[in-house]
Design a protein around this ligand. Structure first.
Ligand code: FMN
Ligand code: SF4
Ligand code: SF4
Length: 369
C-alpha cells in the first residue's frame, strides 16, 4: 500500500530520514532503516571535514536552529560506513556538498562506488553559505548538477532552499542539467530567539531553522515546483506525523523526509509516521499513495483566478456555551457578538474574511453563500 517508486528506486514506503547528524555514520543510517524508513540520506559529506563549533544546535517547542556543518567523517571513511549502513538492506542516498562542480563530481563518484543508491546535492545550507546560498543561482546549480550527473550512473537529486527568490527557476535548471529529482526544502536561515537578560542570540551565528516553523514554507515550495516543473519532488520541512506527510504528497511530493522530529523524538517517530500513513490509506480506500499525489493542487489557484463569492459566516442558531469568545474578539469587522449561550453574526457587517472559521476550536462557524 505504501510502496513507492522514487527516481526508479523501489522504496517500502515514502518516508525517508533526511540528511543530518542522526544519520552521521553507518550505524545511525542502519538504525534509521531498521526503524522503518523508506530510505535514508547521509549527513552531507564534504572533501574537507571541519571542526564542529559548540554549541551548534538549539531548540524550542516548535523546532530547532542549527549551525552543524556537514559530516565529520572523511570521504574514504565512508566506504566502511556505507557497508555498515547497507548491511541489512535498504536504500541509502549520499548527501554531498562542495564548492565546485568537479569537487562534487569526485565525491559523487566515490559514494557511488561505496554503494550509494542515489546522490543528493546539498547546496542550500543556510549557515554555511553566508548571505547567498548556492541554490539561489540557477546557472551555478546547472553546472554543478550537470557535472555530477555525468560522473555517476545513479540518480542525482538536488536539495533546494526556500531562501531564494524563484524556486521554479532553480528546479528548472536541475531538470535541464539532467537531475532526476529535487528535495525541498533545507532549513531556513534564522535566529530562534534572544536571551534578553544576557543579550545573547540562540546561537553564535545565523542558523538553519527546522521543524514546525518551516512546514508552511516547505509546503509552498513543493507546490510551486509541482505546478511549474515536471520533476519528482521529495518534500521536507516540519514533518512529525502522517498528516504532515500527506499534506506534502497532496501538494505534489512523491516522497518525504523527516529530520528534526527524528532528532527531538527519536527514531520511533519514523515507525509512528509510517504506521499512521498505512492506517490513513486503509481508512480512505487508497491502494497507493500516488493516487492522492498533487490532489490539493487542483484547489490551489493563482490569485487572479479566484472568483468573487459573496460568502458570509454562519453561526446564528448555533448554540455555544463554551464561552471562549475567540471569534467575538477576532472579528475585525465587529460582525460577531454573543447573546447568552449563542453566537450571533451580523450578516450586513460580515465581509467573509474567513478568520472566525479557522480560529473556532469547536469548528462551529462556516463560510457559505
Ligand atoms: C541538526 C541538523 C543538521 C542538518 N544537517 C544537514 C546536512 O548535513 N545536510 C543537509 O542537506 N541538510 C541538513 N539538515 C537539514 C535537514 O535535512 C532538513 O532539510 C531540515 O531540517 C528540514 O526538515 P525538518 O524540519 O524535518 O528537520 C540538518 C538539519 C538539522 C536540524
Ligand atoms: S468571516 Fe470575518 S468578517 Fe465575517 S464574521 Fe467571521 S471574522 Fe467577522
Ligand atoms: S470561537 Fe467557536 S467556540 Fe469560541 S465562542 Fe466562537 S463559536 Fe464558540
Amino acid at each position: 500500500m505504501l510502496k513507492t517508486k522514487f527516481l526508479g528506486m523501489e522504496l517500502p514506503n515514502p518516508v525517508m530520514v533526511a540528511a543530518g547528524p542522526w544519520n552521521r555514520d553507518g550505524k545511525g543510517l542502519k538504525e534509521s532503516l531498521e526503524a522503518g524508513a523508506g530510505a535514508v540520506v547521509t549527513e552531507s559529506i564534504v572533501s574537507d571535514t571541519v571542526m564542529d563549533v559548540r554549541p551548534r544546535i538549539s531548540s524550542d517547542k516548535l523546532g530547532a536552529e542549527n549551525i552543524r556543518m556537514y559530516s565529520d567523517i572523511q570521504i574514504e571513511g565512508w566506504e566502511r560506513e556505507m557497508s555498515i549502513a547497507k548491511s541489512s538492506g535498504g536504500v541509502v542516498i549520499a548527501s554531498i556538498s562542495g564548492h565546485t562542480p568537479s569537487e562534487l563530481a569526485y565525491l559523487a563518484s566515490k559514494m557511488e562506488r561505496f554503494g550509494a543508491d542515489a546522490i543528493e546535492l546539498s547546496v542550500s545550507n543556510p549557515a554555511a553559505e553566508s548571505l547567498e546560498v548556492v541554490a539561489s543561482h540557477a546557472d551555478i546549480l546547472f553546472d554543478m548538477t550537470k557535472e555530477v550527473v555525468s560522473a555517476v550512473k545513479i540518480p542525482v537529486m538536488v536539495k533546494l532552499s526556500q531562501n531564494t527568490t524563484n524556486i521554479s527557476k532553480v528546479a528548472k535548471a536541475v531538470k535541464a542539467a539532467g537531475g532526476s529529482g529535487v528535495t525541498a526544502i533545507n532549513s531556513v536561515r534564522g535566529i530562534l530567539g534572544v536571551d534578553l537578560e544576557n543579550a545573547v542570540p540562540s546561537l553564535s551565528t545565523y542558523g538553519g531553522i527546522s521543524g514546525e516553523y518551516i512546514r508552511p514554507l516547505g509546503l509552498a515550495s513543493v507546490a510551486t515546483i509541482a505546478q511549474t516543473v515536471d520533476i519528482p519532488i521529495c518534500g521536507v520541512g516540519g514533518i512529525s506525523c502522517a498528516e504532515n506527510a500527506l499534506e506534502y504528497i497532496m501538494l505534489g511530493a512523491s516522497a518525504v523526509q523527516v529530520g528534526t522530529s527524528v532528532m527531538l523524538d527519536g527514531r520511533d517517530s519514523i515507525r509512528k509516521i509510517v504506521q499512521e500513513l498505512e492506517i490513513w490509506a486503509q481508512n480512505h480506500n487508497i491502494e497507493n499513495l500516488s493516487e492522492i499525489r498533487g490532489k490539493a493542487l487542483e484547489n490551489l489557484k493563482a490569485f487572479d483566478e479566484i472568483k468573487f463569492e459573496p460568502a458570509v459566516s454562519h453561526a446564528n442558531g448555533v448554540p455555544c456555551g463554551e464561552n471562549c469568545n475567540k471569534c467575538v474578539n477576532a472579528c475585525m469587522y465587529q460582525a460577531i457578538s454573543r447573546r447568552g449561550n449563542s453566537i450571533r453574526i451580523d450578516r450586513a457587517k460580515c465581509t467573509g474574511c474567513g478568520l472566525c472559521t479557522f480560529i473556532c476550536p469547536a469548528k462551529k462557524l462556516k463560510l457559505s453563500l
